[in-house]
Design a protein around this ligand. Sequence first.
Ligand SMILES: Cc1cc2nc3c(=O)[nH]c(=O)nc-3n(C[C@H](O)[C@H](O)[C@H](O)COP(=O)(O)O)c2cc1C
Length: 203
Amino acid sequence: MLKGKKIVLGITGGIAAYKSAELTRRLVEQGAEVHVLMTKAAQQFITPLTLQTLSGHPVHADLFSLTEEQEIGHIHLADTADLILVAPATADILAKVTHGICDDLITTVLCATRAPVLFAPSMNVHMWENPIVQENIRALKKHRYTILEPDSGYLACGYTGKGRLPEPDALIQAIQRSLKGSFRRDILRSLKKVRAKGHVTPL
Ligand SMILES: Cc1cc2nc3c(=O)[nH]c(=O)nc-3n(C[C@H](O)[C@H](O)[C@H](O)COP(=O)(O)O)c2cc1C
């Protein structure tokens, strides 16, 4: 199911960013082509070198780098992705996307893409319960975004509650569900087009 699929993995600056290394490895193992984008803050938690080594592709972080833009092009990446997963997704990126802010590579690619977008928020339980964060989550759900609920348990900040990044297995299952859904939508869309052209008699 993941073989040959182009997955863009956006990593933002949460403590759970270390889990994205294992997630990248597992996705590659299953045949996905993984392109990693990182925010500046994410690079405080895990190095681009680790993700570059595991994904087998250069890691991009800078919207205004001439070399990076020439190598991938943010619009090309947005157009060619089969799916974008942001994991971990900080409270910050959820707020930015909710309000249409495009001030770095990840937010700009997210704004420009028509691919399915999944967010896996991860943060301190009080941040998660903050009404503004919850309002942003509701707004994102109203649009075409899928929010993968955080797990509950012991959090790296020492609290116990909701806010843990789901394990790589659960994230991969969510990717598979989403890809299956968009495959079905594509088939239905093509059928409708063929019918509209009169090649198929409606049932
Ligand atoms: C040690 C540390 C851990 C952090 N963990 C989280 C986290 O798990 N979730 C979160 O939303 N923000 C977390 N933050 C705050 C973000 O790093 C901060 O809001 C940052 O601006 C996010 O930038 P980005 O969304 O561009 O990656 C943490 C900050 C520090 C210093």
